[in-house]
Write a protein that binds this ligand. Structure first.
Ligand code: SF4
Ligand code: SF4
Length: 451
């Protein structure tokens, strides 16, 4: 029971006075800037595009005056005007698309240009799929299990009809491919309601999963469903993506606002917020964080990345902020503390005598930073069935080939190994870096072969 889990309440943030839109997010780099300094833009206008990701756009969440030099690696919008809610369809491109791709092609194009496509992931790689490609299947998940990111049930509150309509739109993008709808296996009011709504959808296959992290991971779901990586791309999308599809394809409006969580042990009330890209992070922290010294993660506690002081606004992909109290100094005699208030995977702390309690996480490491002690806990928890500690030892000696043979590519980056490691080794990060290096080397080899 972790302290600081956001409840289902969704609050609206006050309208911003200025927006700081980061040009980078987890997957995207909006290096192709489409606006000029001091240019006036309307909400929904394209500010920049990512040329390496099918020109996915960074849209202006509000009208305003563009400032390109005000903050490094950001597009800043000042003199913000209230939302005009204009219908935004790039008509000039439509005849050409109709000819080439038909109606499903137009819908995909609309999704891309209205900011809906960025909610899609490739189930195996996590990358943005090709909007004009043909998937073998789509996985839609209403479940979000990582503490403390935005929950599916909070996002669906009062928006179930939009969700089911979004599913119908999604189906219309396909020919015959199945849609797997992932639901919690519990008998909650919410789950029953969704089940009732989609009963008539013969094309949607219900998949029920236990409410245990990381069963909601798209990579694990794809493997569990027997969808092989070499049989074609598998698209995956969460609740917020289906709601964005509905907005883009039902009313042709851009997706400018998303629901993000603010949670973790460092906040005074953990909630969900209706926020837009570029919203000043400090304004959110001033309102919700009571601890003086905190680490702010972009994402959940297991896979979120610390936000650098240079990043001023929420990025275009943010799903939530997790606030963890920062304890930089080593606690005095921390290694002999009995651990009445903290859990460990090994059950070696006194807290194992207590019943469930609300644990307050901090960044403290009480003397645990040390070499691997070969406890094998990481192997036990790994949902991918690989041996993180062995790969860690290979990587420590820079034996990339051996790491590859030990199936580092199967790691789904869930972070459980890093979380339970009693030596606090950053296994997830190490394995992810190794995956990237191997991929780069493979790509270089391919180029060499072709050249
Ligand atoms: S190696 Fe670690 S991060 Fe990767 S899947 Fe296993 S537990 Fe998750
Ligand atoms: S959990 Fe940490 S200390 Fe234990 S075997 Fe894995 S890497 Fe080593």
């Amino acid at each position: 029971m972790l302290q600081g889990r956001p409840d289902r309440v969704v609050k609206r943030l006050p309208e911003p006075k200025v927006l700081y839109l980061p040009l980078r997010s987890q997957r995207f780099s909006f290096s192709d800037v489409c606006v000029e300094d001091n240019q006036r833009v309307k909400d929904g206008d394209v500010l920049a595009k990512d040329p390496d990701n099918y020109a996915v756009p960074l849209l202006a969440p509000r009208g305003g005056t563009v400032k390109l030099k005000m903050a490094e690696s950001h597009i800043v919008l000042t003199d913000i005007s209230p939302p005009a809610e204009k219908v935004h369809v790039p008509e000039k491109d439509l005849p050409h698309i109709v000819q080439e791709l038909g109606t499903a092609g137009i819908k995909r194009y609309k999704l891309l240009s209205l900011g809906g496509w960025q909610f899609f992931y490739d189930a195996y790689t996590g990358a943005l799929p090709d909007p004009l490609g043909t998937p073998q299947a789509i996985i839609v998940s209403t479940v979000s299990l990582e503490p403390f990111v935005a929950r599916g049930d909070a996002q669906l509150k009062n928006r179930l009809s939009q969700f089911t309509r979004g599913l119908e739109h999604l189906q219309s993008l396909l020919e015959y491919q199945p849609i797997y709808l992932v639901m919690p296996d519990i008998k909650s009011e919410f789950a029953t309601l969704v089940r009732e709504r989609i009963r008539g959808y013969a094309w949607a296959k219900l998949v029920e999963i236990p409410m245990k992290y990381p069963y909601d991971n798209f990579n694990i779901l794809a493997r569990g469903l027997g969808l092989r990586k070499d049989a074609g791309p598998i698209w995956s999308v969460r609740t917020e993506g289906i709601l964005a599809i509905d907005r883009a394809l039902t009313v042709s409006k851009p997706c400018l606002v998303r629901i993000v969580s603010i949670g973790g042990p460092g906040v005074n009330s953990a909630v969900h917020l209706k926020a837009m890209a570029g919203y000043l992070i400090q304004t959110i922290l001033d309102e919700y964080v009571f601890e003086p010294d905190v680490r702010v993660l972009n994402g959940g506690i297991l896979t979120g990345e610390p936000i650098s002081p240079e990043t001023l606004g929420l990025d275009a992909e943010s799903r939530g902020l997790t606030i963890v109290p920062e304890l930089k100094d080593r606690e005095f005699l921390g290694f002999i503390r009995p651990g009445w208030n903290r859990r460990s995977y090994s059950g070696c702390f006194l807290s194992s005598l207590r019943k469930d309690f609300r644990e307050r996480l901090t960044t403290a490491v009480r003397g645990e930073l040390r070499p691997c002690i070969s406890c094998n806990f990481c192997d036990e928890v790994c949902p991918a069935g690989i041996m993180p500690h062995l790969i860690h030892k290979y990587l420590y000696k820079d034996l990339l080939e051996e790491a590859n043979e030990a199936c580092v590519d199967l790691c789904v980056r869930c972070g459980l190994c890093s979380y339970i490691c009693p030596s606090k080794i950053e296994l997830r990060k190490e394995l992810a870096e190794a995956q990237n290096r191997i991929e780069q080397e493979l790509r270089a080899e391919l180029v060499e072969e072709k050249g």
